[in-house]
Design a protein around this ligand. Structure first.
Ligand SMILES: Nc1ncnc2c1ncn2[C@@H]1O[C@H](COP(=O)(O)OP(=O)(O)O)[C@@H](O)[C@H]1O
Ligand SMILES: N[C@@H](CCOP(=O)(O)O)C(=O)O
Length: 318
């Protein structure tokens, strides 16, 4: 692609949501990325550079374009047509936040092309409104370990470093749509159950922020919000959980709505846990995935003469 004209590039990280009990609130940005290059044009065209993305519309019906147009319209702006070159190494519908990455890419596109000047909180709010919850959306915007609370009116979100920890993703080769995986959850829980479940979630966050890894792993296991219900759809979860714990992982959780399972280790045991899981589960892709601390990154190419880079990262020092 040429570097002439008013062009920009957008990079958005994947994410793993919930980390066990942090349902619809806790997320972690991961070093797998959706990349988008945009260039002004006479009409909309979306060129998928990754095979998995070729199934999506190549015109204005593309989800990224629709999100971008909706965001621009919210601010009373008209988004001019662009050619978008899109690639991604985030597998679709595996619980690694591909939909949130597409949403955040659309919001960044509107922001950059229309000069909206959105704040990080505004981006996180719009993304959470469209995704319905702030865990993946917040992680894709801010990077790092995010803790969020979202309503139609407002999104509160904070991002933290999660140092000394490695993430191993065990990724099945089949899709599980988030919508389907949310259908198995109860519509209501009792007051007592809500109190117990949120205490587990609170302890997870406290344990992660105080680097008490064993306690964090214990809380992942004690989730009462979603994993007990979703195990029916993700039957490999208990087996992977057991094998990962035996190999030295301190915590194991269903990634987002599944079917990926994420295992958390201290840095020095990551390779060993990854190798043992790879040989125990050859039917899955098993890999160590970095934690992303930059969030979405926009690089504006000024007529081929230099670049201006905007990084959203708001990692708070521990
Ligand atoms: N780059 C993309 N372009 C268009 N639509 C996308 C893109 N990435 C994801 N989606 C949409 O999001 C769906 C997957 O979202 P979801 O079920 O929430 O799973 P996850 O977000 O965990 O990957 C895809 O089936 C597709 O409809
Ligand atoms: N909190 C949501 C997270 C969904 O994440 P995804 O990566 O599967 O889209 C849920 O658990 O439903």
């Amino acid at each position: 692609m040429s570097t002439e004209g008013n062009m920009f590039s957008i990079r958005v990280p994947a994410s793993t949501a919930n980390l066990g009990p942090g349902f619809d609130s806790v997320g972690l940005a991961l070093g797998l990325y959706l990349h988008l290059d945009a260039e002004r044009s006479q009409q909309w065209e979306v060129i998928a550079l990754t095979d998995e993305l070729k199934q999506f519309p190549s015109d204005e019906q593309n989800y990224i374009v629709k999100v971008a147009q909706k965001t621009a319209a919210y601010y009373g702006k008209q988004l001019e047509p662009h050619v978008l070159y899109v690639s991604s190494d985030i597998p679709l519908a595996r619980g690694l936040g591909s939909s949130a990455s597409a949403i955040v890419a659309g919001i960044e596109l509107a922001d950059a092309a229309c000069g909206l000047g959105l704040t990080i909180q505004e981006k996180a709010h719009h993304a959470s409104l469209i995704e319905g919850h702030p865990d993946n959306a917040g992680a894709s915007v801010l990077g790092g370990l995010v803790v969020g609370k979202h309503t139609e009116e407002h999104t509160d979100i904070l991002s933290f470093m999660l140092e000394e920890v490695k993430v191993i993703a065990v990724i099945p080769d089949y899709e599980l749509l988030t919508e389907k995986s949310r259908d198995v959850l109860p519509a209501d829980v009792t007051f007592g159950e809500a109190v117990r479940a949120s205490a587990v979630s609170n302890m997870l966050v406290a344990a992660l922020l105080s680097k008490n890894w064993q306690l964090a792993g214990k809380m992942m296991k004690e989730d009462r919000f979603h994993q007990p219900y979703r195990t029916a759809l993700i039957p490999h979860f208990p087996e992977i959980e057991k094998a990962a714990e035996q190999s030295g992982a301190f915590g194991v959780a269903i990634s987002g709505a599944g079917p990926t399972v994420v295992c958390f280790t201290e840095s020095e045991s990551a390779v060993q846990v990854c190798e043992q899981l790879s040989s125990a589960f050859p039917q899955f892709a098993v890999k160590i995935v970095d934690i992303d601390y930059q969030g979405s990154v926009v690089t504006r190419h000024k007529d081929g003469h230099g670049e201006e880079r905007t990084v959203n990262a708001r990692g708070l020092a521990e």
